[in-house]
Structures are given as C-alpha cells and as structure tokens.
Design a protein around this ligand. Structure first.
Ligand code: NAD
Ligand code: DAU
Length: 351
C-alpha cells in the first residue's frame, strides 16, 4: 500500500485513523484524504499531522459521489488501496432527513467500488468501515457475530447495510480484494458533539441539561476510537480478503450508566458548578428516538483469534482521556460549534 486513499479523513474516526497511521503505525506510504467537509468534517483536526507528514499527506476537498473527480484522484495519485470511512453517520439526522444517507452511504460507496474495479490491476485492497447497527437490535442476551443476519432498523443502518452488501458483491462477482469491519459505538477525541458522549461531556461541563432518550436503559457496546483504528489497520494488513470482522470492546453499558460516569468524571476534573449544583441533577429524560434499538453487543472472537487484536483502553481509562481532551481543547470545540470552521473551510477551499 503505497498510495492509500482514505475517505472521510476529516471526520471523527477517519482523522484519528490518519493520526494513528502517521504517528504510531509502521505505514510508510502516502495518504490521500478525500473529504467533502460536511458539517462533520473538520480539516483542523489534522492540521498538526498534515504539517509533520509533509509530502506523505495530501488533502482533496471532494465528494465520493462525484465519479469524475474521484477517477481523477485514483489516477493522479496512483491510488492502490482504499480505506473507506466517508459517510453520513448520525442516526437522529437520518430519521429526520435520509436523503444524504442514501446518496453518500450507498451511491458514494458504489462509485468508489466501480472505480476500484476498473483499476483491479493495481488495487491491493478496498477496506470498508461499517457498523454493528446493520444487525439490528438484540434482546437481553446474545451477541452479534459475523454470521448474524442483517436487520437494519434506521435509515442510517439500512444505508450502511446496503453499502456492506455492495462491497461483498464486488468481491464475490468481480474478485475485488475487499475486507469489511463492523464496529460498535466509538468515543474519543475529535467526535462531533451531536453524539451521546461528547454532547453529555460538554453539557455537563457547562451545567446544561443532559438529555437521555426514553428510559435510559438502552445498551451500547463502547470502544475507544484508537482501538477501533488499530483493529482496522490489523484487518487491512493481515485480514483475509473477502472476509468481515466484527470490532468491539466487550464493554456493554446502559446509556444512563454512561451519563452517570461522565457526570462523576466532570465533577472530578472540571470546576464545580455555581451554587454547588451537582452534574447528576442535570440528567433529563426526554422523548425517545423513533425505532430506538434496545441493545448492541459485539462478539469479536474472530478478530481476536485470527489477528490477535486486543483493545488497549478500558471504558474507565478511555472515558477519562476523553473528558480530559474536551477540557483541554476548548478552541476546537467552540469553533466546531460556532460554525467558525465552516467559514475557515470556505476561505480555504471555497463554498
Ligand atoms: P463522521 O460523521 O464524524 O465523519 C464522516 C466524514 O465523512 C466527515 O468528515 C464528512 O465530511 C465526510 N463525508 C460525508 N459525506 C461525504 C461525501 N459524500 N464525500 C466525501 N466525504 C464525505 O463519522 P464517524 O463517526 O467518523 O464515522 C466514520 C465511519 O465509521 C462511517 O462510515 C460510520 O458509519 C462508521 N462507524 C462509526 C461508528 C461511530 O461510533 N461513530 C461506529 C462504527 C462505524
Ligand atoms: O453502533 C455504532 C453506531 O454508533 C455508529 O454506526 C453510528 O455512526 C454512531 O452515531 C453510533 O450510533 P448511536 O445511535 O448508537 O449513537 P448516539 O451517540 O447517537 O447514541 C448513543 C445512545 O445514546 C443511543 O442509545 C441514543 C442515546 N442518546 C443519544 C443522544 C445523542 C441519548 O440518550 N441522548 C442523546 O442526546
């Protein structure tokens, strides 16, 4: 892999992946990061990495659905491997307005697959980053394995399921060398503050209400973002082509427990609230998400057995690092929330 195309590299997981590649892995090639810079993409997340990487890093402001622009990227940069993160990723947004999810997640993935297929002589790998949400919702017991039948419940997860099927079909029909990973909920630095953990951290710091959907007993299986990315990199290097790998931290938590832990950490690490108010008093139960999946839990035995992968962080250590990161990166946060970075993007890359 000399010229690795990373899509969505200005988003939460993609930017952490590129940071990991340059700063911690044995990757020796060049990264070409294609990102449309939607509300969720922020090139500032990689400004320091880009500077240090020099000619080994190229950023292209582009849309993966634009087949002409993407063909140019494949050929100008001699792309020989793809790690595909770009997507619309927020379930609540997909419920309100599914359009962009269908376009980017399904059509965009198709465009990339087709371009890769037309250049099979040099493409070594198409790695597709996907989600455990494609499997639907679990009852009180059991785990998602790679054999679990797909049963996506939201427009977001249905669009990701469709993209997974396309990737698998391009391997089965055309022999494109692919790998797919289905990961559980991520948290960590540079996550857009619409998702549960960064939203609750910031509201808790500022003394705002902490919205918990429904009864707060829905279960998610949390994984620190760096651990997701070490798994993706292992799969890309040593995973069997044509295979799917589940990634997860064996860390099931009820939402209300996660929110409680964040309250306690913020209480410990941030200045106290005026009037001695405690963060736990800010918890506010709100209307449930329509079609809200009850429980996700990943069985990642295949990844552990075949590739020897293990997460480095426990939820306690990862969450503490994440709260600390939010306290130390007020500028990134205020720029993302104020829309200032959107104006920066327009100044650098046009509207
Ligand atoms: P994110 O929303 O933070 O980032 C998505 C990035 O994709 C942004 O930089 C955005 O600008 C870019 N993008 C969107 N549409 C594009 C387009 N048409 N062309 C080019 N770029 C485009 O998402 P994330 O949380 O970093 O998720 C990354 C991937 O990982 C997604 O495929 C998601 O389904 C998957 N995933 C996420 C999680 C999670 O917990 N966040 C868990 C498992 C899998
Ligand atoms: O499981 C992997 C998926 O995890 C990824 O594929 C998605 O891209 C990612 O967004 C995430 O989806 P979720 O819907 O699980 O994440 P979210 O952070 O939106 O919500 C986590 C849980 O918290 C979920 O049960 C809904 C609940 N929630 C969320 C928000 C934003 C609340 O109770 N209050 C909130 O304000």
């Amino acid at each position: 892999m000399k010229n690795l195309l990373v899509t969505g590299g200005c988003g939460f997981i993609g930017s952490n992946f590129i940071r990991f590649l340059f700063e911690e892995s044995d990757f020796k090639g060049r990264v070409i990061n294609v990102d449309k810079l939607t509300y969720a993409g922020n090139p500032e997340s990689l400004a320091d990495v880009a500077e240090r990487a020099g000619a080994r890093y190229a950023f292209v402001h582009g849309d993966i659905c634009d087949s002409v622009a993407m063909a140019r990227v494949f050929d100008e940069y001699g792309v020989d491997a793809i790690c595909h993160f770009a997507a619309e990723s927020h379930v609540d947004r997909s419920i309100v307005k599914p359009d962009d999810f269908i376009e980017t997640n399904i059509h965009g993935t198709y465009v990339l697959l087709q371009l890769a297929r037309e250049r099979m002589d040099r493409i070594k790998l198409f790695h597709h980053v996907s989600t455990d949400e494609v499997f639907g919702s679990l009852g009180e017991t059991g785990f998602f394995t790679e054999e679990t039948a797909y049963q996506p419940n939201s427009p977001y997860s249905a669009s990701k399921a469709a993209s997974d099927h396309l990737v698998r079909a391009y391997h089965h029909t055309y022999g494109l060398p692919v790998t797919i990973s289905n990961c559980s909920n991520n948290y960590g630095p540079y996550q857009f503050p619409e998702k549960l953990i960064p939203l609750i951290i910031l509201n808790a710091i500022e003394g705002k209400p902490l919205p918990v959907y429904g009864d707060g007993l829905n279960v998610r299986d949390w994984l620190f973002v760096r651990d997701h990315n070490t798994a993706v990199w292992e799969i890309m290097q040593r995973g069997r082509r044509g295979q799917t790998y589940n990634i997860g931290g064996r860390n099931e938590m009820k939402n209300i427990e996660v929110v409680g832990m964040i309250c306690d950490l913020v209480e410990e690490l941030a200045p106290p609230l005026p009037g001695g108010k405690k963060r736990r008093e800010l918890i506010t139960f709100v209307k449930d998400r329509p079609g809200h999946d009850r429980r996700y839990a990943i069985d990642c035995a295949k990844l552990e057995k075949e590739l020897g992968w293990k997460p480095a962080e426990s939820f306690a250590t990862g969450l503490r690092k994440t709260v600390q990161w939010h306290l130390e990166n007020a500028t990134w946060i205020s720029r993302v929330r104020s829309g200032e970075y959107q104006r920066w993007i327009e100044a650098h890359y046009g509207k």
